[in-house]
Design a protein around this ligand. Structure first.
Ligand code: F6R
Length: 270
């Protein structure tokens, strides 16, 4: 696992967007796994800037959302289908037909999950899966004790996650109790995992994920098993890590050919 500690949240977005741009540059119809929530918004903002400045073209790029709430009304602004359209597809100039979100409004959830998995398979698989992390260590909505080999399915959200996400709703009661989420086994099949996080509220979960034992009690610890997992976090989010000196040393001494470096281009400006 590569752990990159950025100076600011903006730099998190810049470094992570650089990773994605590198992949899309080589493969314009690459498949992105799209996390929602607040953490990846800096990544999408930087990709939108790159698009605006003609540094990237995502028209042919495909995408699959990580998850969706079950049972929200079709016009609800917190539905991830709406969020993906509003905050990702439009500003990044993606083609709406190229982006698939699990159908949280389906009357047959199991079929909706099978359809979603089949669509990922038909696409050839996810090239880079963008991830956030919950305060309880979830990725997607795979809550603690989720099977490490799980597939896309309906999950019950923890009260912690419902409380954390209440800020996206008018009232805490409005937050759904259920979701459809890519499974941990589904996420693991992505060719690269790219987790981003900012702020001290994520520090404990990140320490458990990066330096704790591999355990379904911290679903994000699955990244330890993946051959290409990159974690980009800011100083506050890195606050509970033990090996920060090593992560900085490893990044500062990366071979020049191997990736984004601080101090170059907009990434150096925070
Ligand atoms: C969202 C998702 C979740 C979030 C996580 C962190 O699609 O899958 O795992 O990434 O709950 O959310 P934020 O970034 O809002 O703190």
């Amino acid at each position: 696992m590569e752990v990159i500690i950025a100076a600011t949240p903006g730099q998190v977005g810049c470094i992570a967007a650089g990773v994605i741009a590198g992949i899309v540059g080589k493969k314009p119809d690459a498949v992105l796994g799209l996390a929602t929530g607040s953490s990846p918004m800096v990544v999408y903002a930087e990709l939108a800037r790159m698009r605006h400045d003609a540094e990237i073209d995502l028209v042919a790029t495909r995408g699959f959302a990580l998850d969706e709430y079950v049972g929200l009304a079709p016009g609800h602004p917190a539905r991830y289908a709406a969020v993906v359209q509003r905050d990702i597809v439009e500003p990044l100039g993606m083609t709406p037909e190229n982006v698939t979100v699990p159908d949280g409004g389906s009357l047959d959830h199991e079929q909706a999950c099978r359809d979603f998995e089949a669509a990922i398979s038909r696409s050839g698989g996810v090239d880079v899966q963008i991830l956030g992390i919950g305060t309880n260590g979830h990725i997607g909505f795979n809550e603690p004790t989720s099977s490490l080999t799980s597939r896309t399915r309906v999950k019950t959200l923890t009260e912690q996650t419902r409380a954390d996400n209440a800020r996206f709703f008018n009232t805490a009661d409005e937050v759904p109790r259920h979701c459809i989420t890519q499974g941990l086994g589904t996420i693991f099949e992505a060719r690269q995992l790219l987790l981003v996080a900012q702020g001290k509220g994520k520090a404990r979960a990140l320490a458990a994920a990066i330096e704790g034992p591999l355990s379904s009690m911290c679903p994000a610890s699955l990244l330890q098993l993946h051959p290409r997992a990159t974690v980009v976090i800011d100083e506050a989010a890195a606050g509970d890590l033990a090996l920060t000196d090593y992560y900085r040393y490893a990044f500062d001494n990366k071979p020049a050919s191997s990736g984004v470096r601080f101090g170059q281009g907009p990434c150096g400006q925070g």
